[in-house]
Design a protein around this ligand. Structure first.
Ligand code: PHE
Length: 404
């Protein structure tokens, strides 16, 4: 072996031995002993020190907290190991590497050492305690937010510098949005909101609304009976009776809420759906008030271009009764598949409150008159957003819901 070959080999062997030394051993030697005589080798050494520091810090955080005293002790140990003035690894690097560095390498070592000192502040007692404490809270916070149980076991040993679990933002359900929009329009007209029970007596759901048991109209509401006296309300109209009893006249109210029917689910029927009903009772209320108000409402909701049309109909609790149609929102009245080529879409039932119903609400029909309407919120949402299946609202599919 020639001399020059031997010269080339020795540093390699040393470098090999060096890589097997622990970081503490390396720090106890001089750069010369370690054969770190080039700026690259120095950079590499300091890199090793920094990753050792990082992984010790992470291991402590990931090991979890234990009780308060154990936590403080572990934090103090790690801090002392690195930052103690006497015998701390950073001081030893100062002594053994920086101070003993050959002159020409001093600037490079000095720079690397300063960086290390800055990085090493991550194991000072304050910041470390803070992180260990946060870590102690992590399982609780994750359970609370995600509803998923991440135990300390799962978290231990994970890389806590990875980005957190992202909480998807929720949004207001389209049915609720449309319901609020309808409410806002009527609140602006001076109406107030009333609510009542969804499990309702047969009296409020039917009898008080002028639908006696013998009356065939009861069959119009496919009713879910709880028992012979109690039903799941088939409409929110019973709230109108309750409100009349409670407040008397004059009365301007809106009754939004859930209603239930024994319908087979299809693209336009659901067992549970939402209604908004309205009631105005005052002196000299006429059909003109009904027409004017509902026309105003339809334009506010669907846009100024909409035309309204009232068609005679029948409800036991209103006389006369009507259906309000609007010019088709899809074709502008020209005729299309949705409006069945008629140019019009029926959107709600309405009428002048039957004197018998006022009487049941404790209001004298000789002195007062009123009008009422009832609409299906899902149907309004379907028209507004061009949705063709009512079931989509109730399936809770996020891909559908996040579009609103
Ligand atoms: N209660 C009726 C229904 O559920 C709607 C309606 C309310 C009709 C008020 C006229 C007046 O179908």
């Amino acid at each position: 072996m020639s001399g020059s070959e031997a010269d080339r080999r020795i540093p390699n062997q040393r470098a090999h031995t060096r890589s097997r030394m622990s970081i503490d051993e390396k720090i106890s030697k001089t750069l010369n002993d370690l054969d770190a005589i080039s700026p690259e080798a120095i950079g590499e050494l300091f890199g090793e020190v920094t990753s050792a520091l990082e992984s010790e810090r992470k291991a402590l955080i990931a090991a979890g907290a234990g009780d308060g005293r154990e936590r403080s002790q572990k934090v103090k140990d790690l801090r002392d190991r690195w930052l103690a003035r006497k015998g701390g690894l950073v001081s030893l690097i100062d002594e053994n590497w920086l101070k003993k560095a050959p002159k020409e390498l001093k600037p490079a070592v000095g720079r690397a050492f300063n960086q290390l000192r800055q990085v090493a502040t991550c194991v000072d007692t304050e910041s470390l305690l803070q992180e260990v404490r946060v870590q102690a809270d992590v399982p609780v916070r994750l359970v609370a937010h995600a509803g998923v149980e991440f135990t300390a076991e799962v978290i231990r040993g994970q890389d806590l510098t990875l980005p957190g679990y992202r909480q998807p933002m929720g949004s207001i359900h389209p049915v609720t949005q449309v319901m609020r929009e309808i409410e806002d329009i009527f609140l602006g007209l001076g109406f107030s909101i009333e609510s009542g029970p969804e499990i309702e007596s047969v009296y409020y759901n039917f009898d008080a609304l002028n639908i006696p048991e013998s009356h065939p109209a009861r069959d119009d509401w496919d009713t879910l009976y709880v028992n012979s006296e109690t039903v799941l309300r088939t409409h929110t109209s019973p709230v109108q009776i309750r409100a009349m009893e409670k407040h008397g006249a004059p009365l301007y109210i809106l009754c939004p809420g859930k209603a239930y029917r024994h319908d087979n689910p299809d693209s336009t029927h659901a067992t549970m759906f939402h209604q908004v009903e309205g009631l105005a009772v005052d002196r000299d209320i006429s059909f003109a008030d009904l027409k004017g108000t509902l026309d105003y409402f339809a334009r506010k909701f669907f846009g100024d271009k909409i035309k309204t049309n009232f068609v005679p109909s029948f409800f036991p609790f209103t006389e006369p009764s009507g259906e309000l149609s609007i010019s088709c929102v899809f074709c502008g009245g020209e005729g299309c598949r949705v409006c069945k080529e008629s140019g019009w879409i029926e959107v709600m039932g309405c009428g002048m409150v039957h004197p018998e119903v006022l009487r049941h609400g404790g209001i004298d029909p000789e002195r007062y008159s009123g009008w009422a309407f009832g609409l299906g919120v899902e149907r309004f949402a379907m028209m507004k957003y061009d949705i063709n299946d009512i079931q989509l609202f109730h399936q809770g599919d996020v891909r559908f819901l996040e579009q609103f």
